[in-house]
Design a protein around this ligand. Structure first.
Ligand SMILES: Cc1ncc(COP(=O)(O)O)c(C=O)c1O
Length: 455
């Protein structure tokens, strides 16, 4: 359903558009973007509110991906905006090393109340990638401080995405993100991914088949010995490689094997955190508690960069040894717990709480699932996957041109007022958690038309 466009917003967008229209596009080397294609045909947003963006031409675009899986409460929410404005005026920065400010503690406390029981220590970073590095370093250092310094091996998974820093791409499993960057970290191994369309295509929610793939970890223990393995990191739902929902029982089995061998289990919840699957964290949706949770994005509703790692008490406590004046964990960022980010985080969590957003995906999940699965049977749709308010629609690639069909669909939907995201030939949907049924219809119907036009 298209909300009526507020004329004042339109005017503001047009004025901003006129300004951006004169800008030179040369200097900015854009991240994860087809730069040459973009600069020939730029797509610029100049305003956002609620479920929508406005382009520099004044067009209203329905946000089908919460910006980049982060704007879970929708755009420009008043409590978040106010919190950031007030904080900027009150105190711009406080050094996070050997000093602090009250909102850092307040936010850590609030986050620790949302995480599964026992994960009650929170370390702040500025992004998902930094949170991943932090968790991996914590895992290595944890074993070392306990006298098990031989545990240096890290296990990731094929098709995993853990950000773009060296630790993250090493444990990650996206070929394109790895192949340009040399040898990466040594001592990393990968579980097989769980994508199995032959057995699981068009599963609604968690697929039936594939729990046994967790046994790969037993094989790695047999190959390397448990005494060399520090941690396993997986996304509970792999997002960036096309919305891969874990098979029933898979995560439980990983947990069991980790426990059996003293291996830490890290869940990367950068996209699943903060309500995406119907609970604050996907760990709660799937009933499996890891030793560490990596988060970012929804923590501040995408408004100010921030990430965090939540860890179990005993992991933190293992570091609290030795002379009290010495630093226990040699790690941190200038902008860890930045005051603006903490204020944004507090405004965000208050918004989630006021509006019940962290469980709203569970109420919308059936409607969303039906809508997304109604695309089954459309031309070239070879699989559809969903959980909570995430959907993945996989398309048969154009012969000899992988990823092009989905990219064309992305451009076509954008022209028709809907923002989606694509990875390979999968279209991902992850709208803000405030989405209404009519907007789900708009999203899916626009995609349907586009799939047909691109058949
Ligand atoms: C699962 C996962 N981990 C890590 C990251 C990296 O986060 P950032 O881009 O904030 O560094 C992402 C980003 O999409 C992600 O999806």
């Amino acid at each position: 359903m298209n909300k009526a466009v507020d004329p004042a917003l339109m005017q503001a967008a047009e004025q901003l558009g006129a300004a951006t229209g004169n800008q030179k596009l040369d200097a900015y080397w854009m991240p994860f973007t087809a730069n040459r294609q973009f600069k020939k045909s730029p797509r610029l947003f100049v305003k956002a509110a609620g479920m929508h963006y406005w382009t520099d031409e004044g067009r209203q675009i329905l946000d089908g991906v919460a910006g980049l899986w982060c704007v879970n409460a929708g755009h420009a929410r008043p409590r978040i905006v106010q919190a950031i404005q007030d904080q900027a005026a009150e105190m711009d920065f406080a050094p996070p090393f050997q000093m602090a400010h009250p909102k850092a503690f307040e936010l850590a406390d609030k986050v620790s109340k949302l995480t599964p029981a026992g994960l009650n220590k929170v370390f702040f970073t500025n992004s998902g990638s930094e949170s991943v590095e932090t968790a991996l370093k914590m895992a290595l250092a944890y074993h070392r401080v306990r006298g098990e310094g031989t545990r240096t091996r890290l296990i990731g998974r094929e098709r995993g995405y853990h950000g773009v820093n060296f630790g993250g791409i090493s444990v990650g499993g996206m070929v394109a993100n790895r192949k340009q960057f040399g040898t990466m970290l040594a001592g990393v191994d990968h579980l097989r991914h769980t994508h199995d369309p032959a057995r699981n295509a068009f599963s609604i929610g968690q697929p039936e088949h594939g729990a046994e793939l967790a046994e790969d970890l037993e094989r790695m223990v047999a190959l390397h010995d448990a005494s060399t393995i520090a941690a396993v990191i997986v996304e509970p739902v792999a997002g960036s490689t096309g919305v891969l929902v874990p098979p029933k029982g898979y995560l439980n089995k990983l947990r069991e094997i980790c426990d059996k061998h003293g291996i830490l289990l890290i869940f990367d919840e950068v996209i699943t955190g903060f309500g995406r699957t119907g609970n604050p964290f996907a760990s709660q949706t799937f009933g499996v508690t890891p030793d560490m949770i990596v988060m970012a994005k929804g923590l501040t509703n995408g408004s100010v960069p921030m990430g965090a790692v939540a860890v179990k008490q005993h992991i933190h406590d293992a570091f609290m040894n030795g002379p009290e004046h010495l630093i226990e964990f040699m790690h941190g960022y200038t902008y860890s717990a930045h005051p603006l980010a903490c204020a944004a985080g507090l405004g965000t969590l208050a918004t989630y709480e006021d509006e019940g957003l962290l469980t709203r995906a569970s109420q919308m999940a059936d409607y969303f699932a039906q809508a997304v699965h109604s695309l089954r049977g459309e031309p070239n749709v070879i699989d559809i996957r969903n959980i909570g308010l995430v959907g993945g629609v996989e398309l048969a690639p154009l012969p000899g041109e992988p990823a092009k069909r989905a990219f064309n669909i992305f451009l076509d939907c954008y022209e028709r007022g809907v923002l989606l995201r694509t990875t390979g030939d999968t279209v991902a949907l992850s709208p803000p958690l405030i989405i209404e049924r009519g907007q789900i219809d708009q999203l899916v119907d626009t995609l349907r038309g586009s799939i047909r036009r691109n058949s």
